[in-house]
Design a protein around this ligand. Structure first.
Ligand code: ADP
Ligand code: MG
Length: 275
C-alpha cells in the first residue's frame, strides 16, 4: 500500500469516527427532545385539570361541588408527581451501569408519560404482563426503547386503535420477551428492510405532539438492545399492524448465596450477565 493510500485510509477512519460521534449525539438529542415534549404535554394537561377544577370550586360554594373539585385537583397533583418520578427515574441512571431491572416497572413508568397522549389519539392500551425474572439493564435506556416503540405504535394508528404490551418469560427462565403490538398501518417489505437504518423515516417531520420524523428511534432501540445482549425482532403486515419483540437474557437465580451481608434477597441470588 502506498503512503498516499495509507493516509487516505486514516483520513476516512477519522471521518467515520467523527460521523459516528455525531450520530450518537443526534440520537441523544432526538430522545431528549421527545422526552421534553412528552413531559410538557402531559404536565400541561395536569395543569389544565387543576386550573379548571380550582375555578369550579371558586365559583360554587356548596360542599359537594367543592369536594369534587378538591378530589380532582388532588388526583391531578398525584399524577403530576408520578410523571416527575418517572422522568427523574430516567435521569437518575445516567451511569452506564447494568442493574437488576424489573421490566414491568419500566413499562409502567413509560405509560405514565404517555397516558394522556394515548387517550388523545384514542388508543386503547392493553397490558398482558406475566411474572418474569429480572433482567440486567440500564433502566433509563430501556425505558427510552419502550417509549420509542409505544410512540411509533401510536403514530401507526392515526384513527385510534388497540395497542398490546406483553411481558412473557422464555423457556426455563432463560430470557424475557417484551412485545409492543399495534393494529395500525403495518409496513411494506421495502420499509421493513430499512427501519433500523439511522435517519430512515417515512414521516414528513415531527407530528403535532413533537414526535417522530427523525428516523433515529429504531436505530437507537437496536443499538441499546444489542448493548444489552438482547435481540429486537419485528413482524409486520401491511394494513394489519406490527409487533416489535425485545428479547432480554434473564438474570437467573443461583442457589443460595450465603454471607452477602448487605444484599437484598433478589440481588443476593443474582447471576448478573449481560452476555
Ligand atoms: N409500529 C409501526 N408501524 C408502522 N411503521 C412503523 C412502526 N414503527 C416504525 N415504523 C416505520 O419505521 C420508520 C422508522 O422509525 P423510527 O426509527 O422510529 O423513526 P421515525 O419514527 O422518526 O420515523 C418509521 O418512519 C415508520 O415508517
Ligand atoms: Mg419513531
Amino acid at each position: 500500500m502506498t503512503d498516499c493510500q495509507q493516509a487516505k485510509i486514516e483520513q476516512l477512519t477519522q471521518e467515520n469516527a467523527h460521523l459516528q460521534m455525531q450520530l450518537e449525539q443526534s440520537q441523544k438529542m432526538a430522545a431528549l427532545g421527545e422526552l421534553v415534549s412528552t413531559t410538557t404535554h402531559e404536565f400541561n394537561n395536569v395543569l389544565m385539570t387543576i386550573i379548571n377544577y380550582a375555578r369550579m370550586g371558586m365559583r360554587h360554594d356548596d360542599k359537594p361541588t367543592r369536594d369534587k373539585a378538591f378530589n380532582k385537583i388532588n388526583q391531578a397533583g398525584e399524577r403530576a408527581a408520578r410523571i416527575t418520578k418517572s422522568v427523574l427515574g430516567m435521569a437518575r441512571n445516567r451511569s452506564e451501569s447494568f442493574e437488576a431491572t424489573d421490566l414491568a416497572k419500566l413499562i409502567d413508568g413509560s405509560m405514565v408519560l404517555l397516558e394522556r397522549e394515548m387517550q388523545k389519539y384514542r388508543i386503547g392500551v392493553e397490558m398482558e404482563l406475566e411474572e418474569v425474572p429480572q433482567v440486567s439493564a440500564m433502566g433509563n435506556q430501556i425505558q427510552q426503547v419502550i417509549l420509542n416503540l409505544l410512540i411509533n405504535a401510536r403514530q401507526a394508528m392515526p384513527d385510534g386503535g388497540r395497542l398490546v404490551i406483553r411481558l412473557k418469560p422464555g423457556e426455563a427462565g432463560q430470557f424475557v420477551d417484551l412485545s409492543v403490538r399495534d393494529y395500525g398501518t403495518g409496513m411494506a417489505e421495502e420499509t421493513l428492510h430499512r427501519i433500523f437504518e439511522p435517519y430512515y423515516s417515512t414521516k414528513s417531520g415531527p407530528d403535532e405532539s413533537g414526535k417522530g420524523g427523525t428516523g433515529l428511534g429504531l436505530a437507537t432501540c437496536k443499538k441499546i438492545i444489542e448493548a444489552h445482549g438482547g435481540k429486537i425482532r419485528v413482524d409486520s403486515s401491511l394494513g394489519k399492524g406490527t409487533c416489535f419483540t425485545l428479547r432480554f437474557p434473564a438474570i437467573r437465580s443461583a442457589p443460595a448465596a450465603p454471607n452477602i451481608a448487605n444484599a437484598t434477597t433478589q440481588s443476593a441470588s443474582m447471576n448478573v450477565s449481560a452476555e
